[in-house]
Design a protein around this ligand. Structure first.
Ligand SMILES: [Zn+2]
Length: 221
């Protein structure tokens, strides 16, 4: 395509059906806004831009949690959508106090994502389409509105090494009735300690704590 001067016309291809025209600059922008938490391309968000602000809020709260102690270090390992909600995985070395704050920030993002359209950020709800779950507004929802609230109870387990031994550092379960997480005894779940601690991730990273394993108990409420 040429204009009257004979020079090629610059054009940018933008897909109107994809959020932000298919550009995902926002992911790199988050990483540059929080260089202390990201080592790109590792950990860059792999979800829709509607959750951008949830991720930014969580990162701001995580940074604040780390500032209390210079020995606290944390890097995001993965940020993605699974079963229609936002998961944030990290690894690092944190004081117990900082870890609690980090977990609360990630839990909050998880809870908010369940009612926020992943595409545009407006109010959303759970949709089911060909076996996939997504959280979307009426405009972006594909398939059918799920006829249930999130019925699967999610458990968040943070594991790490204490006194040289891999251990479960915290275990919290989502309560759909109260829309919050609460501490739960690991032993009360039908998940084997060996099984959890021997997951690939913990073998690869035997040293620092590693959080963000959202395991499902398989029980329905
Ligand atoms: Zn939407």
């Amino acid at each position: 395509m040429k204009d009257e001067t004979g020079l090629p016309i610059r054009c940018t291809v933008v897909d109107p059906h994809v959020e932000n025209g298919g550009r995902d600059d926002w992911k790199a922008e988050i990483a540059s806004a929080f260089p202390d938490l990201f080592e790109p391309p590792r950990g860059l968000p792999e979800c829709g831009g509607g959750w951008r602000y949830l991720i930014e809020d969580a990162c701001a709260r995580i940074r604040e949690a780390l500032e209390a102690d210079q020995d606290n270090t944390l890097k995001m390992v993965q940020i993605n959508q699974k079963a229609g909600v936002l998961n944030m995985f990290w690894e690092g070395t944190l004081s117990a106090r900082a870890r609690t704050k980090v977990e609360r920030a990630i839990e909050q993002a998880y809870i908010e994502s369940a009612r926020t359209c992943e595409v545009c950020g407006f109010e959303g709800r759970l949709y089911t389409c060909a076996g996939w779950l997504t959280t979307a507004c009426t405009g972006h929802g594909k398939g059918k509105v799920a006829p249930w609230e999130r019925r699967v109870e999610t458990v968040r387990i943070v594991q790490g090494t204490m006194a040289g031994k891999p251990q479960i550092l915290s275990c919290r379960q989502y309560d759909p009735e109260d829309d919050c997480f609460f501490d739960v005894a690991f032993d009360s779940l039908e998940i084997g300690t060996e099984e959890t601690l021997s997951q690939e991730g913990s073998q690869r990273h035997p040293g620092p704590a590693r959080g963000g394993f959202w395991l499902k108990t398989g029980r329905s409420s």
